[in-house]
Ligand binder design. Structure first.
Ligand code: NAD
Length: 295
């Protein structure tokens, strides 16, 4: 297929490489020229704007930081909608507010362009392996057309509802991960302060009800004092902010999400925004004058 890709960052680069590997004809753009050079060297055609990408593509994918960048790249000047033909498809795979996804979808519909929101879970390693979990919102027939591309980038793709549903699902995922990491942080701080070896405690509980993929991934990072991202605190703060905005629009109270979002903001103000989200533990450590590590 003729595919466009806008946004060649940590995630967009490996995802676009997997589309090239699968034999799709790719046109790419990013505001950072060196990123475009890198993917052009892997076989993509180098474009000067999101509009130029869309002009050459049946399906244009965006993978950008947040809603404002998606709106700029799709509906802004020299954006995707300046170049996209009626009947073509825009697939936004960034994690953004579901409300913004619906607004972008409406702008697309006004030009006869179809839209899916399809954020992902799995991070850079799964983007490289092509094993992301993709959660999509939109029409079934549009999803079916994009499915061959999803299968080059992910090991699962699920349509969870109309436009916006993909991002609601992703936000639900992000709430579960963030609140779980906060709980793991407090639990290991307690164990360490009580004089126990946090690794022994981790091994003792991981097979029981407290066991989780989050625990298995993040407890060893806390105990090993390795906060290299992974998934950055500032991106997780953005996701929880988007969850709270969506919740507010439905008059839904999410007290624990709100608390962890405030912790993430405090960590950003302490210069830790680019650490892995497992560094939520350092907030609890600072308050309790304890460091989660083996004796
Ligand atoms: P990133 O910051 O590494 O990449 C974003 C890219 O978008 C950058 O290369 C930037 O130059 C480009 N960009 C920004 N504005 C642009 C514009 N107007 N036009 C063209 N290009 C523009 O971010 P990332 O880690 O690749 O994440 C992308 C999205 O995926 C985010 O929404 C993030 O929350 C989500 N996500 C990230 C991970 C992860 O582990 N990194 C995991 C799952 C989901």
């Amino acid at each position: 297929m003729k595919v466009g890709f806008v946004g060649l960052g940590i995630m967009g680069k490996p995802m676009s490489r997997n589309l090239i590997k699968a034999g799709h004809e790719l046109a790419v753009y990013d505001i950072v020229e060196s990123a475009v050079d890198e993917i052009a060297a892997a076989g993509a055609s180098r474009e000067e704007s999101a509009r130029d990408v869309a002009q050459r593509s049946e399906i244009t994918i965006t993978m950008l930081p947040d809603g404002p960048e998606v709106e700029a790249a799709v509906t802004g000047p020299r954006g995707v909608l300046d170049g996209a033909a009626a009947g073509s498809i825009v697939v936004d795979m960034s994690s953004i507010s579901p409300l913004v996804a619906q607004r972008v979808a409406a702008a697309c519909a006004a030009k006869g362009v179809e839209f899916l929101d399809a954020p992902v879970s799995g991070g850079e390693p799964k983007a490289i392996d092509g094993t992301l979990a993709i959660m999509a919102g939109g029409k079934q027939e549009v999803f079916d057309k994009v499915l061959p591309l999803f299968s080059c980038m992910g090991s699962s793709a699920t349509l969870t509802g109309p436009v916006g549903a993909g991002n609601v699902t992703k936000l639900a995922n992000q709430i579960m991960v963030a609140v779980n990491i906060a709980g793991v942080s407090e639990a290991l701080a307690l164990a360490t302060k009580a004089g126990l070896d946090p690794e022994v405690v981790f091994n003792a509980v991981k097979g029981g009800l407290a066991g989780s993929t989050v625990l298995n991934a993040k407890a060893p990072m806390m105990i090993g004092r390795n906060f290299k991202p992974g998934f950055r605190i500032r991106l997780h703060q953005k996701d929880l902010r988007n969850a709270l905005l969506a919740a507010e629009s439905m008059k839904l109270s999410l007290p624990f999400t709100s608390l962890v979002q405030q912790v993430l903001m405090a960590l950003m103000n302490n210069g830790r925004g680019d650490l892995d989200h497992s560094a939520i533990a350092t907030f609890i450590e600072d308050m309790g004058k304890v460091e989660i590590k083996r004796p």
